[in-house]
Design a protein around this ligand. Structure first.
Ligand code: S3P
Length: 174
């Protein structure tokens, strides 16, 4: 198998960016990073606390700095947070520094995978997670599409199949 340059995973909360990214990196013998975990390590606070103390704007600033820094590393798999594409500079860095996969999923799967989660402050507003996620996807889907080289549906396929689909795309591009 050919050696791959950077692989960036984008898509909504619950699409499987972290789980898939970690396994994909293992398969390809690459280093795996998750932008949310890096932000937490650098800040010394978890995501809900960062949102509470600094607001979403403070979190987005930290996110942009991490994406700029890590997208410059050679040969990594980077899972980004669901809102990373809101920032034009992030989109530009991701597009120009690697191959971008948009992991998309139907609403039901996203809700199923996020319903027990306490670490995603945007899902705990006044409205139901269903209403919130629907709105976020409507707003962000065009940005995910604009940024991605490939779109992969993760709703029903097994992890193994999705990883194989990503690897096939990568091999076809070389
Ligand atoms: C967010 C998604 C989260 C995290 C933060 C904001 C979003 O990442 O970055 O809670 O705006 O969609 P995941 O997509 O990994 O859950």
């Amino acid at each position: 198998m050919a050696k791959h340059s950077n692989i960036f995973l984008i898509g909504p909360m619950g699409a499987g960016k972290t789980t898939l990214g970690r396994q994909l990196a293992r398969r390809l013998n690459m280093d795996f990073y998750d932008s949310d975990r890096i932000i937490e390590e650098k800040t010394g606070a978890d995501i809900p606390l960062i949102f509470e103390k600094e607001g979403e704007a403070g979190f987005r600033k930290r996110e942009a700095a991490v994406i700029d820094e890590f997208s410059q590393k050679p040969g990594i798999v980077l899972a980004t947070g669901g809102g990373a594409v809101l920032n034009e500079t992030n989109r530009r860095h991701l597009k120009s520094r690697g191959t971008v996969f948009y992991l998309s999923s139907d609403l039901e799967s996203l809700l199923e995978r996020t319903h027990k989660d306490k670490n995603r402050p945007l899902l705990h507003g006044k409205e139901s997670p269903e209403v919130i996620l629907t709105r976020l996807i409507e707003q962000r889907d065009p940005l995910y599409r604009e940024t991605a080289d490939h779109i992969i549906d993760t709703s029903n396929d097994s992890l193994r199949h999705v990883i194989q689909a990503i690897i096939s795309h990568l091999d076809n591009c070389e």
